[in-house]
Design a binder for this molecule. Sequence first.
Ligand SMILES: [Zn+2]
Ligand SMILES: [Zn+2]
Length: 353
Amino acid sequence: MSKSKGYAALKAMSPLAPYTFERRQPREHDVVIDIKYCGICHSDIHQARDEWSEYQEEAIFPMVPGHEIAGDVSEVGAKVTKHKVGDKVGVGCFVDSCRTCPECRSGLEQYCSVKTVWTYNARDNEGSPTYGGYSDRIVVDESYALRMPKNLPLDACAPLLCAGITLYSPLKHWKAGPGKKIAIVGLGGLGHMGVKLGHALCAEVTVLSQSLRKQDDAKRLGADHFYATSDPATFTKLTRSFDLVLNTVSAQIDWNQYLSLLKVDGSMVVVGLPEKDIPVGAFSLTGGRRSLAGSAIGGIRETQEMLDFCDAHGVACDIEVVPIQKVNGAYERVLKSDVRYRFVIDMATLGKD
Ligand SMILES: [Zn+2]
Ligand SMILES: [Zn+2]
């Protein structure tokens, strides 16, 4: 075991504070990563506040959040072949899985039917708690570490590991591309990546946002059209317009209204996570042979494909870098949607309290 420094929620609801903990000694297939940057994902806040107790096993405190991790390899185990010391690598939402179930074998480790080992607030296969990226280093099996883009700033690429892949995977699965009309609902951390990636995939991108406040931003990010959902005329005007609607909103909105915007055979894919159930009427689906689906992050192979795609197309996140001492304030601002569009913690500030 070796000591690691980070920030943790010592118990549910408590503000994050400096915390020292143990990481495992690197095994023969492990890499040790010096963490340079870690994005702040809304799900970090949900978990640090133990708001997902209905959906997952008991939360584990003290909890070191963070699953948008980017840094340099500082050490490799004897049998590591995929990465070498000095490589820029990343770790996303999970650090292991069973590797043998049908899902794992087809590259869908995030849906592992035995056990996906989440990057934090989980237990590894030996039963030890996992700790995330709000820390100085992480030890991870080489197969679950990703090659980061070479031509883009590392800090702006950290959020690709959750926000980026969360949008890329459904865009690819539902075949967003030339000639396809897609709508991105909500222009936050997830939505802004949907716009950039949809545009880079050459789809026609419409943003549906509550107000017109972010219109200029959306156009700058690559949106072709922008509509305010607070205007009821939007829904009549856009009826049967889209092949694909990607819904990133985690608030309680009427999904039936958004289903009505799909063409025949269109799909709405949910990637935001509202806390309460949202009712869907059968007619919303049958009236156009429509599909309602959900999607969660992506597997290792697809995440690497996404990082390589972003590197080739110059796609990174719009970020605001913060010192770790300001993480609690950043959480408050995320809850108010007061960030364009993702906070990234500069880990060089760790230990400078
Ligand atoms: Zn996340
Ligand atoms: Zn599996």
